[in-house]
Design a protein around this ligand. Sequence first.
Ligand code: F6R
Length: 263
Amino acid sequence: MEIIITPDYEAMSRTSAEIIAREVKRKHDLVLGLATGDTPIGTYKKLARMYKEEGLDFSKVTTFNLDEYLGLAPLHENSYNYFMWENFFKHVNVSAHRLFVPQGNTDDPEEFSEWYEKKIQEAGGIDLQVLGIGRDGHIGFNEPGSSFASRTRVKALYEQTIKDNARFFEREEDVPRFAITMGVGTIMDARKILLIASGKGKADVCREFIEGPVTSQITATALQLHNYAIVVLDEEAAGGLERRQYYNWVRDNKHVVEKRIGR
Ligand code: F6R
């Protein structure tokens, strides 16, 4: 894993947007996996600015979102589909028929999940998957104990996740108890992975998933087994890392490192 520590949320957002933009420029029909939540909002804003000011072109990009609350219709204002339109899609030149978000109000989640996996395959697989991380270590909604082999399916949300996400709802009781989420296996199939994290509240889990043992109890630790995972953190989220000096040396000597490892 490549660990990039940035000073603050603003810099984390800029760095992650630059990484995504680099991939979009490299491959105009990129297949991009996307996340919702507070963390990527700044990244999406930066990408929207790159589209407006520099003409970064999303017209051929296909996107697949990680997850959606089960039971919420796409236009529900707490749905992740709504979030994506408000925070990203409507601000750039994406093509609506290339945007995929799990359908929360499907009658048959199992059949839908199989269809979603098939769509990802048909698109040629995910080139770059963007992830946030929950305080319980989840990626997507792969809560503690999710198999590293799991595929898109329904998952019951962990108590901590329900509490953390209650801020978006009027009352905690309104937070759906289930979600459709890509599995850890689906995420791990992406050619490249970019995980972003910000704030003190994520410091413990960032130390655990970057420097701790691999365990399905912290599903983000699966990234240690991926051959191209980049983690962009702000100072607060990086607060617990023991090997930060090493990560910073690699970051500051990127040209030397890249020459050596041939990226
Ligand atoms: C959202 C998702 C979740 C979030 C995580 C962090 O699509 O898959 O794993 O990335 O819950 O959320 P924030 O960024 O709000 O702290």
